[in-house]
Design a protein around this ligand. Structure first.
Ligand code: HEC
Length: 300
């Protein structure tokens, strides 16, 4: 899984470049298809507006566009958005949904299994959606005692995780092999659900996890050392789209369950229900947007 997301990181710059070329081509096309009369009218109105208001619009725009964010700052923003969604999905979907009889397991994509993605698999679905798109952001949840061997840390990630075991602080490092900046954030057993499920899972190599234990870490990667504000915004939008895609995939499965929950405005704490993707994302965005905006505004 990890190899896959990194491989995409390597291809992505091409895609991003193509994306911006496409945008330029579009705006040229718009100009050439305007009739001269309409163009003159627009120019006149704009001229009057500029004359009357005389705002120094261009320099201001340029100043904002010229701001740079270190990759470290961008990965911190993405990691906290991911943490918000992970907690929302675990505590407001999975845990109450288990109580009303919905199931979650590894086989959730199987059309014959009426189950949703476990929190770790929700994260993986998010990572897969990111990898399919043009974003260069990579996302991976690993551990040194994983239920799934594919999630075992290796190389520099393993070293960083061993250091994290000592002080629980995030780690920033470079992955030379894939030429990416990486940031690793602790994944802690924040609810009893985490501990119980891992302890009783047959494939888990460890059965004595306790509340508050460091169970693993989320690694985010981006193959550059700094980004413009607009690249940062594109990355954050791509990440939010990927959260949405992962949730949509779950809701689409749930609609086909033999006993399917009501999908609408209600949450599983209110009954045999799931919020629709708009409601889910609205709540996620309500929880994360303020912090993200503050961090973007403090960029130099
Ligand atoms: C209902 C069961 C269940 C719950 C609840 C659950 N997990 Fe997991 N978790 C799993 C399974 C199964 C995997 C392996 C998924 C895969 O195939 O990649 C996993 C994967 C992980 C991984 C990646 C390493 C590994 O073990 O493969 C971490 C880290 C992790 N979970 C932490 C947590 C934390 C923290 C919570 C609570 C916020 C949590 N889990 C809740 C079952 C669960």
């Amino acid at each position: 899984m990890h190899a896959r997301s990194i491989a995409t990181s390597r291809e992505a710059p091409l895609l991003t470049r193509r994306g911006s070329v496409r945008r330029r081509a579009n705006s040229e096309a718009i100009v050439t298809t305007k009739t001269f009369g309409a163009f003159a009218l627009v120019a006149l109105v704009a001229g009057v507006y500029l004359f009357v208001n005389a705002p120094p619009a261009l320099p201001e725009t340029r100043a904002v566009g010229g701001k740079k964010l270190s990759t470290r700052e961008l990965l911190e923003i993405c990691a906290s958005e991911n943490a918000v969604v992970r907690e929302l999905y675990t505590k407001s979907i999975v845990e109450p949904a288990l109580k009303v009889g919905l199931e979650f397991n590894e086989k959730w994509r199987d059309p014959n299994v009426d189950a949703g993605p476990l929190p770790a698999l929700f994260l993986r679905a998010t990572a897969e959606s990111l990898a399919r798109g043009s974003s260069r952001l990579g996302l991976f949840l690993g551990s040194d005692a994983p239920v799934n061997k594919a999630n075992q840390f290796s190389g520099v990630q393993s070293d960083a995780f061993q250091q994290m075991r000592r002080d629980r602080l995030p780690r920033h490092f470079v992955m030379e092999d894939v030429k990416a900046s990486a940031a690793m954030f602790p994944d802690v057993a924040v609810s009893k659900g985490c501990v119980d499920c891992h302890n009783k899972h047959a494939d888990s190599p460890k059965h004595d996890w306790k509340m508050g234990d460091l169970m693993g870490a989320t690694t985010l990667t981006l193959p550059s050392s700094s980004v413009s504000i607009s690249e940062a915004l594109e990355t954050i939008s791509a990440l939010r789209k990927a959260f949405r895609d992962a949730y949509v995939a779950y809701v689409e499965r749930a609609k086909k369950f033999s006993s399917s929950p009501e999908i609408g405005k209600k949450w599983p704490s209110e009954g045999f229900c799931l919020p629709d993707p708009d409601i889910f994302m609205e709540e996620a965005e309500r929880r994360m947007s303020r912090a993200t905006l503050d961090r973007l505004l403090s960029a130099r």
